[in-house]
Ligand binder design. Sequence first.
Ligand SMILES: [Zn+2]
Length: 607
Amino acid sequence: MSAYFIEKDRRARLASVLLVIALMTIISGLFYHQIIRYKSFLAQSEENRIRIRPIIPKRGVIFDRNKEMIADNRLSFTVSIVPMEMAKEVTLPRLAGLTGADTSAIKQKLNANFISKYIPAAVLRDQDISVISALEENSEHFPGVTYSVESVRRYVEGISAETFIGYIAEVAPDEIDKESQWGYRPGRLIGKKGIEKAYDRELRGIEGTDFIEVSARGQIIGTYGGRERVPAVPGADLVLTIDAALQREIVRFYDSLQSSGGVVALDPTTGEILALASFPGLDPNLFSGVIPDDVWRSIIDDPRHPLLNRPTSSMYPPGSTAKLLTAGAALEKGVLTPETMLRGCGGGMRFGNRVFKCWQEQGHGRLDLYHAVEQSCNVYFYQVGQILGLDAWNEFAVKSGFGRKSGIDISGELSGIAPSRAYYDKAFGQNRWSKLLILNIAIGQGEFIVTPLQLTQFYAGLANGGKVFKPHLLKEIRYPGKAIQKIEPSLSFTLPFANNTISVLSRSLELVVQGDRGTAKGLRNKYYTIAGKTGTAQNPHGKDHSWFVGYAPSNDPKILVCALVENAGHGSEVAAPLAGKIIKRYLLGDSTHNVIAHNVAESLVSE
Ligand SMILES: [Zn+2]
């Protein structure tokens, strides 16, 4: 790169930093105005009959990585009550009669969203135009009732958006207390989950204020001249790392399976999450208006747990996908080489007084490490686990990101369990547990449990020369006024493996697809090489869970996919073909913006 370009790049970055600083200064000034002085305005309003009318800012819009809009706003009517002006015996029952809502429910909202007896409190959201016309025509029969036009969220459907975007809903009392310095007030809509929650402060902007003078009987006289109107600052728009087109395809592939489970896809060279989906999913638009009680009940009572965000908040045994961790640790400890032939597999092996089984009854015979991964032989890895021991296994598991959170930028993530000596002492009593527990851990069963995201992270490290970038969903923040803050990749940790170890592991992962006995040889194709691993996780509650995690092209990874299908049996039968379709859609799919599609097309032409 020439000096000119470096200088230009630096100048551009400086300009963008300055813009953000300038914007922050304006915003903090407004914060002072809005938050610190709000209380004094409130006191004055009680004395002087100056009514404060909040100006709700436009919530920021959310785009996918290709600038497809996936969350915007629509207008909706909110009915509010000014407590001072309502007629006790009349207002609530009449409003209930008009809208079909419950009187006690309206009363409850009125109490929950009460700020001052002069300030309208929202009681009914997302009301039909017919309700508003009736109120308008018969205002004298509804003392104290007023309405406003509010913007509420509208999400693109069919992309499992709730998994990463979350949803917004009315602020809860404990959230107001916790966030009072940020100006959360009763009755406002805030992000409750996912991106909407993680970046709520950026998205929702800053409320403005109008001051209106009213008569003693509550009638508006006009705008009050003594105080200057404070304009609202619109929320920032967000650009996510998500590829909505890919997400849409995943939903389509997954729907045909009719199963529960989850998918994570990311770019291993940056940690940018390309897809994050959980099944069954929920339509986030459900939460924008008012959820009827029976709908809410049916979501809560659904035995398939649609509210659960499986990629980040559900834990499973990793099954055979964990064999790469066992192998890596043993190679690093020097107790195994890629050529080491262990005792042959005859479909199982006796350890102590118990026989531990291989998944293939007729056995695999004698294998080296490459072929043990290719064919996923349990007997080989029981032996590696025994040689390695629990302490060494745990050391490498923790350094590889297991048993701790990845730090993804949405909340609700679980840390999984990477069992240690201390863990078993606590669970079973000091030394009162079998030393053979390591055998099951070595093949990804027993007490070792992971989230799909943790497994994604580990394989991203293998795909990327050991470097694991923090998985994230936010790509850019676009502040009003055009300042753009780009989120740079951030190195999270490095796998505790030497380059040599990583090449051995990657080569064995290629064999899983390319080898004649590979458990995922169905993914072989003429366009690119996939490297990956199948897994079958035992499930005490029913049929086994099916895993596949892999990346492509194996020599220059652009995408890594981790697919989990609950109760679907062998990884090779369900999860691997699913992951294969996702990889194909991303690398070759009809998306013209995709670099690799062009590269592959060109190389095909030159052949
Ligand atoms: Zn075997």
